[in-house]
Design a protein around this ligand. Structure first.
Ligand SMILES: NC(=O)c1ccc[n+]([C@@H]2O[C@H](COP(=O)([O-])OP(=O)(O)OC[C@H]3O[C@@H](n4cnc5c(N)ncnc54)[C@H](OP(=O)(O)O)[C@@H]3O)[C@@H](O)[C@H]2O)c1
Length: 219
């Protein structure tokens, strides 16, 4: 697949790296220093290119948005229309910028900032260092990347990408009921915690039934 990356820093850069490893083509975009993007593209090899956010959107069958919360507005403005595009939002609501209303998830809020996009959210629960280190583990030890979104086919395609990147995709449900995968790290949330596939279903069952999730597993 062709993947456009808007914000190729710690999380977006790792997503790009793992996507290339997984056989995909990547276009990197959105930096205050164009040389940084060129250097990363050179490091990742021939299936990687550099463009503007708008070009990354045109290029990508999937677009990964991975910028600081405070830079989302600029990034979306530079990206232009996302109509019909599958977007993976990796952001968390830290720092400045417009914030979700009380009781609203960050995913639902951001989906509303991307009219027409086939919005999904993933790669947001684990630190960048851990995501980089834990990609492509062997089967039983693979790390879960939770995915939420309201478009089932978009989630299916993003899940395939996540699998190709060496993680286990687990569908957390819709954008309005995904607060357990959102920041901050706290009791009763999967945010900030490692999960493996064997422990994921019990979390989904608890969330669906409105029960507290089981204690965080340790590996
Ligand atoms: N870091 C983590 O462990 C982690 C984990 C999960 C989720 N997240 C979330 O994922 C998103 C990306 O985080 P990150 O840690 O990957 O961020 P990051 O390393 O700072 O990367 C952000 C990218 O955006 C680019 N950018 C372009 N214009 C910018 C501007 N005006 N201000 C700031 N950056 C600009 C930066 O490029 P230049 O610096 O070259 O300009 C950089 O490549 C955030 O919303 C974060 O909350 C982070």
């Amino acid at each position: 697949m062709k993947i456009g990356v808007i914000g190729a820093g710690r999380i977006g850069g790792n997503c790009a790296r793992q996507a290339v490893k997984g056989g995909h083509e990547v276009m990197l975009s959105f930096s205050r220093d164009a040389d940084k993007l060129k250097a990363l593209a050179a490091e990742l090899g021939e299936r990687t290119s550099v463009g503007s956010p708008r070009e990354a959107v045109e290029f990508g069958e999937i677009v990964i948005l991975s910028v600081p919360w405070s830079a989302i507005h600029d990034a979306l403005e530079q990206a232009g229309s996302l109509e019909g595009k599958i977007v993976v939002d990796t952001t968390n609501q830290f720092g400045s910028g417009p914030m979700p209303a009380p009781g609203q998830t960050a995913a639902a809020f951001n989906a509303g900032r991307m009219p027409g996009a086939r919005y999904t959210k993933s790669f947001n629960t684990l630190t960048s260092g851990f995501q980089a280190e834990a990609a492509h583990r062997s089967d039983g030890e693979k790390v879960v990347q939770w995915v939420c979104g309201d478009d089932a086919e978009a989630k299916r395609q993003v899940s395939q990408l996540i699998e190709d990147m060496g993680y286990v995709p687990i569908d957390f449900g819709g954008t309005e009921t995904c607060e357990v995968m959102e920041a901050p790290r706290r009791d009763g949330a999967v945010y900030g915690e490692e999960y493996r596939a064997a422990d994921a279903q019990a979390v989904l069952d608890a969330v669906r039934e409105g029960r507290p999730i089981p204690p965080t597993p340790s590996y």
